[in-house]
Ligand binder design. Sequence first.
Ligand code: AMP
Ligand code: TRP
Length: 327
Amino acid sequence: MKRILTGLQPSGELTLGSLIGSIGQMVMYQNEYESFIFVPDMHAITVKQDPKLLKERVIKNVALYIACGLDPSKNVIYIQSENLYHANLSWVLECNTYIGEASRMTQFKDKSKKQDNVTVGLFTYPILMAADILLYDADYVPVGVDQKQHVELARDISERFNKTYGNTFKIPEPLIPEVGAKIMDLSDPTRKMSKSDVTGKGVIYLLDDEKTIRKKIMSAVTDSESKVYYDLVNKPGISNLLTIYSSLKEISIKETEEHFKDCNYGNLKKEVADLVVEKLSIIQEKYNNLINSEELDKILDNGKDVTNVIAKKKLEEVFNKVGLGRY
Ligand code: AMP
Ligand code: TRP
């Protein structure tokens, strides 16, 4: 079985968009691949974080991913900072990466423009990401397009290392998911529903309560026509509600259109809200059972143990090859 590895940033509260867009993909992959999934909390501190909030969010996200269907018996689930080998390998890789290469990363250029105090960590972050991947000989790295360049850097670094020191790392390949459903903001359906949205007015968070979910969906922006059909250009709001319904029901947009063809906007919204409430209440129930449970601790302890054994072996090989240590 081929191995995939990916990191899920703990940068915000997970949304209905994350569920339909990325978690759904991971749940599919778990049956095809041996999956390593971790929370890159060390990446998160490249920008300012509230320490208490960061800790809480990491645990919360892990519990939510599992509640959404990531099966701990099919995935190795772990927290990056509980494995000290990542940062250690990162140092060796930093010493084998050129400033020119690292300076080409477009995400760094974008992010550093938005920040007053840019840290060195933000600059070297793609090299830590290369270490995350190379420690485990991952075949594929599922990421969004914005991360493709980082995986390509990991390829360049590993190819060069192998050439210089002998075969050590598997060369990873990015796995970019086919373009799936894109869920838009309910109050501005021309914008992606995003966990980093400031007001959160048009964003459904996975842990929103029933009343909030209903209120947000019932006040979703639509259009002045009154007929329900899918048209992204002229009816982005209605199309978004149809997309949400079809994704959660796992039926096509055509079938969804047919289902709602005689409905008015109020009825459409009500039915979409019923479905979202139904789906999220199942997830929330699982989440509530998991958070603060011994089971969650066990899952993370297992992830920590399994990955530390693999990573230790790889790092010792690397140290040995570059001439570090006595043996
Ligand atoms: P983000 O949460 O913005 O960092 O995005 C992480 C991944 O989640 C993206 O690569 C998308 O695959 C998915 N995602 C996030 N928001 C949405 C959305 N509104 N609709 C569909 N997919 C999304
Ligand atoms: N940089 C990724 C992001 O922002 C998260 C990440 C860190 C990652 N290390 C990784 C993804 C290793 C895949 C593999 O989303």
